[in-house]
Design a protein around this ligand. Structure first.
Ligand code: PMP
Length: 285
């Protein structure tokens, strides 16, 4: 049985408990991170730890553990659950106040911290990377602070269900005429040999994979332009792809009814995936 971490204890998953008054449950008052594991090692742990700190500070939430302790817990869980390839999910909420009250409780209420692993053998060899995925476009109906990685993921869940109902794999969201991002990933197009992706703002999550991929692209002398792009531009692009901690770089071969790059993964996305996986494995801890 899986061993999970809850508020300082390692427990079998069916013995781990969180209060019904927890603000994560009542208000989605919590933040999370997902760090992938390849070959038993953590990919880009430092990036995830830094973003977590920022999410917590934007919500005036205290960190219940130090970054060093967090790393130790991640490693313990990977070992105890014998994870070779997979991911570590981390969630911190503002904790369980004595009553349901919109106002934040005082510091006497301790945050809740939960971590668990998911085993995904062959995570880096997902068959979809060879065929590419299909996305649909939907309006972006999320809140305005998408730069904070909160657990309020209902609209992204609805988006995935809309994609599924349309026979697609995922959805790209549109606001004021431009693509913001995927339901759980950052969105890119390639025109000529130029990689285009939306710049960082409160409109999107500042992807840790995005930062690494753009750095590797620039190091490989690829041209990168950080700006918003339209759905029409995306539909007529040479290539499209997404990035996230669990999909790495994943080619997109259709947007709504438009095939991209003849319906097969393009050379830029394919090369970036190779570079990303190679460099990330080297730097894994
Ligand atoms: N955007 C959104 C909305 C996401 O949920 C995610 C993944 N959590 C990403 C982008 C990609 O971020 P990362 O590369 O850090 O996984």
């Amino acid at each position: 049985m899986r061993i999970v971490y809850v508020n300082g204890e390692y427990l079998p998953e069916d013995e781990a408990k969180v209060s019904v008054f927890d603000r994560g449950f009542l208000f989605a008052d919590g933040v999370y991170e997902v760090t992938s594991v390849l070959g038993g090692k953590l990919i880009d742990f430092d990036g995830h730890a830094r973003r977590l700190e920022r999410s917590l500070s934007e919500l005036d939430m205290a960190a219940p553990v130090t970054t060093e302790e967090l790393l130790a817990i991640h490693r313990d869980l990977v070992d105890r659950n014998k994870i070779t390839d997979g991911l570590v999910y981390l969630q911190i909420t503002r904790g369980a106040a004595p009553d349901r009250d919109f106002a934040y409780p005082d510091e006497s209420v301790a945050p809740t911290i939960v971590l668990f692993t998911q085993s995904k053998p062959g995570l880096a060899d997902a068959p979809a990377a060879k065929t590419g995925i299909r996305v649909i476009s939907i309006p972006d109906e999320r809140w305005g602070r998408r730069d904070i990685k909160t657990v309020q993921l209902l609209y992204p869940s609805m988006g995935k269900m809309m994609a599924k109902a349309a026979g697609a794999d995922d959805a790209w969201m549109i606001e004021d005429g431009t693509i913001t991002e995927g339901t759980s990933n950052n969105a890119y197009i390639v025109s000529g040999r130029k990689i285009v992706t939306r710049g960082l703002s409160n409109d999107i999550l500042h992807g840790i994979t995005r930062a690494a991929v753009l750095r590797f692209a620039r190091e490989a002398q690829m041209e990168v332009e950080e700006r918003a792009f339209t759905l029409d531009e995306a539909k007529t692009a040479d290539e499209a792809f997404i990035t996230s901690a669990s999909t790495f770089v994943m080619p997109v071969v259709a947007i709504d009814d438009a095939e991209i790059g003849g319906g097969v993964p393009g050379p830029v996305a394919t090369r970036l995936r190779e570079i990303y996986l190679e460099e990330s494995r080297k730097a894994a801890i």
